[in-house]
Design a protein around this ligand. Sequence first.
Ligand code: PA5
Length: 430
Amino acid sequence: MIQVELAKATSFLESGKIDAAYKKALSAFEKVKNKTGAGAEWLGWRRILAEPNDAELEQIDTLAGRFRDEVDVFIVCGIGGSYLGAEALIKALKPSFDIADGPEIIFAGNNLNGSYLRDLLTYLEQPKPDGESKKVAVNAISKSGTTLETALSFRVLRKWMHERFPEEASGRIICTTSAAGGALNALADKHGYARFVIPGNVGGRFSVLTPVGLLPAAVAGIDIRAMFYEAVAKYEELEEDPESVLKYAAVRYALGEAGKTIDLITSFETELTGLSRWLQQLLGESEGKEGRGIFPVVGSYSTDLHSIGQFVQQGRRSMMETFIAVKKGKESIYVSTTADNEDGLNYLEGKSFHNINRGALEATRQAHFEGGTPCITIELEEKNAHHLGEFIYFFELFTAVYCYMLDVNPFNQPGVENYKKGMYKLLGKE
Ligand code: PA5
């Protein structure tokens, strides 16, 4: 069960402000539920949980199982909402280093960096230690099918696939895109690539529980059913009792009103940095409109305590902090003792790294709180597929509610078009 700890934030606020914000949160939640808010046609991320498509989960699992057996490298080619969710899940749940548990997952299509792509092709060309060539699959993910970063990288990867594996390429390319239209559908039709549909009423950053996130996660060996059905359970629970979301939304809103303009999302669990990045996009692209919102940035502790920790402690007091914590650690490294205590660390003897990390979290949160930074903690019971499913829906609902409190449409991103217009003009697109 996800825990939301607000005490180290509420003490910065007058209770009247929190109460007023809570009323706003309640009416925002009603807008989500009754589909009366802006962008209500984009609430499909709730629909997929209200009416789970078990046949699709089966289809994803089957295809993923085939790729787990057949290929050495699985490339996820997408950007923004078409990639951050998959990266978050895989980074959180796969071992940090490749220890031969299914294909290696590589992300591409999320930048316009030619040297990255060149290095990737060089890597793909390198034979395996046994001298065999690497078997590769590519999953292109783009709802519009027109996003330049993804489309351009996919062009390069597709060409390489067809030249390198003329027989197998078509069976090892999968397009995840809208039901109709766009270049990916045209290419899938022409070459017989497998295809998964992103529902029209689910926007990119709300799409991790569709084939966008589920196929790469399943290829990585993640139990997508456990994750999906835990999200379903959270959906059902929050429909009945949204208190945890509403209280949290009220406090974050009141902090924004009180001048907090930055939300530093951070975790002491290195593997959750991808989840923080997913959340950064979910919040940032949803709330940052019409001059409103709190700017979400990602930190990774304790690494970043040695870079931005000083600022958080004593810099301009415009920041709030959101800690993503994990209650039960799984790792089993304990500190051993040495007879001469040469490195002076025997005081930690017998402690697990998880406990030491928890100690660092508690001390940091207390210090930042005392230094004037409101701290909110979101705690997952454990780092596993179940609890990530719960986390995902919790934050999708939170984001929608919070944006309605701000009076902005959570589901569009009109500002993202501005740079694209300029870029396409410079690049000579008709
Ligand atoms: O959340 C969003 O809608 C965006 O981040 C999109 O996911 C991103 O721009 C990629 O778009 P597409 O899937 O159309 O390539």
